[in-house]
Design a protein around this ligand. Structure first.
Ligand SMILES: *Cc1c(COP(=O)(O)O)cnc(C)c1O
Length: 407
């Protein structure tokens, strides 16, 4: 719909982007459960393939249910951002079957054998395994450094001309570490190195990496963007529109990493309430972190909204609120961790994050059980560490549950 005034907030953008003119006047974008799309004539088929007719051809290459989710996500990540010449930033998003699928498109479409990725510690496990088990044997190396030290970033880039991509994840698991996107992107730009940011924990409501110089943004839409825990999905967003429409699009289609209409529909419904949900998630997280911080059974709380967190300042600089993920350490270690997990009555025992309910997990006995105690330590996972994705429940009930479980 044409508007004579600009939108001032992302809820307006999220609920009014995409799906303008449905032929049957459907209000909500329907689930386009179709593998292929018809042509009325040979000429129409030709126009479709030539790109002058933008209608769809085959669902692995694109589907209207994906398009609406892609348009909303691109609009949110670019909201309020202008290019150097004051024109609004334009982005192109590609929806995928999963975060892992989108990450694979990102790495394989931007890199080739002989190239190196520069990244930091405590990446999402699947990202790290993708680098080790699939990229490395294919000749794409990964260098891992502590990117909170900008001198190390500079040194690493100067020392290795094969670095083609800097990949950041901020905030990241399990200690909610943050890195300075703007400062790192500036160093990378001097050497013409692209920067990608995994924005899954933050969402575009809390953090817009394109504002700080990123070239690509990635989300596991499984988490806060869907918000309801109803579907797996991923998205890759880029500002080089030509690259996104040609090479990235081609790679995603050839990998078969496309989304499906039902999951795309669920994502589109969920994302409309992103701002409302994030406000509540973040408010609860801050209160829960403050409560845990003063609790005698707890030795440490890792939450980037607490001034005691080492990355408090970086997080405050680039994020609207510190987010809804936190972790804390029980003084009594492994046994206390397991006991706490068994005692909760409201929080849900599950991995993943970003759902309406509060999710808790005990990495030492769950997601990272297969590692040795030494390896876990290297990841910052101590035996008594509990991770929480704070939900939108009423705060008093959450605090009551934590209090009885810690008693
Ligand atoms: C979940 C997650 C992924 C992987 O996404 P899937 O949707 O599970 O494939 C990548 N990065 C982060 C930060 C995640 O939380």
């Amino acid at each position: 719909m044409k508007r004579s005034f600009p939108l001032t907030g992302i809820s307006s953008v999220a609920v009014h982007t995409g799906h303008d003119h449905h032929p049957d006047h459907a209000h909500i974008t329907p689930i386009y459960a179709t593998s292929t799309f018809t042509f009325d004539s040979a000429e129409e088929g030709m126009a479709r393939f030539a790109g002058s007719d933008k209608s769809k051809i085959y669902s692995r290459w694109g589907n209207p249910s994906f398009t609406v989710a892609e348009e909303i996500i691109a609009a949110l990540e670019s909201f309020g951002i202008a290019n150097d010449d004051d024109t609004p930033l334009e982005l192109k998003a590609l929806l995928h079957a999963s975060g892992q699928g989108a990450m694979t498109t990102l790495f394989l479409s931007t890199l080739q054998s002989g190239d190196t990725i520069l990244t930091h510690y405590s990446l999402y496990g699947g990202t790290q395994e993708l680098m080790q088990k699939i990229l490395q044997p294919a000749g794409i190396k990964t260098t891992i450094i502590d990117m909170r030290d900008l001198n190390k970033v500079r040194e690493a880039i100067l020392a290795d001309p094969s670095i083609r991509l800097v990949h950041l994840e901020t905030p990241s698991n399990p200690t909610i570490r943050c890195v300075d996107i703007e400062a790192i992107a500036q160093i990378a730009r001097e050497k013409n190195i692209k920067v990608s940011v995994d924005n899954t924990f933050a969402t575009p409501y809390l953090q817009q990496p394109f504002l700080h110089g990123a070239d690509f943004v990635f989300h596991s839409t499984t988490k806060f963007l869907n918000g309801h825990g109803t579907a797996i999905g991923g998205v890759l967003i880029g500002k080089d529109i030509e690259f996104m429409k040609t090479r990235a699009w081609k790679w995603h289609a050839l990998l078969g990493a496309n989304s499906n209409p039902f999951d795309a529909f669920l994502l589109t419904q969920g994302i409309k309430t992103l701002e409302l949900r994030m406000e509540r998630h973040c408010h609860n997280a801050m209160e829960v972190a403050s409560y845990l911080y003063q609790h005698p059974a707890i030795s440490q709380v890792n939450y980037n909204g607490l001034p005691s967190h080492p990355d408090f300042a970086v997080s405050a600089k680039q994020m609207k609120h510190p987010g809804a993920l936190l972790s804390f350490e029980l003084k009594e270690g492994m046994e206390a961790g397991k006991k706490f997990i068994n005692q909760v009555q409201l929080c849900t025992r599950a991995v993943s994050l970003g759902t309406l309910d509060t999710l808790i997990s005990h990495p030492a006995s769950m997601s990272h059980f297969g590692l040795t105690s030494e390896e876990r330590k290297a990841y910052g996972i101590t035996d008594g560490l509990i991770r929480m994705s704070v939900g939108i429940e009423n705060l008093a009930d959450l605090l009551t549950d934590l209090e009885q479980a810690l008693a």
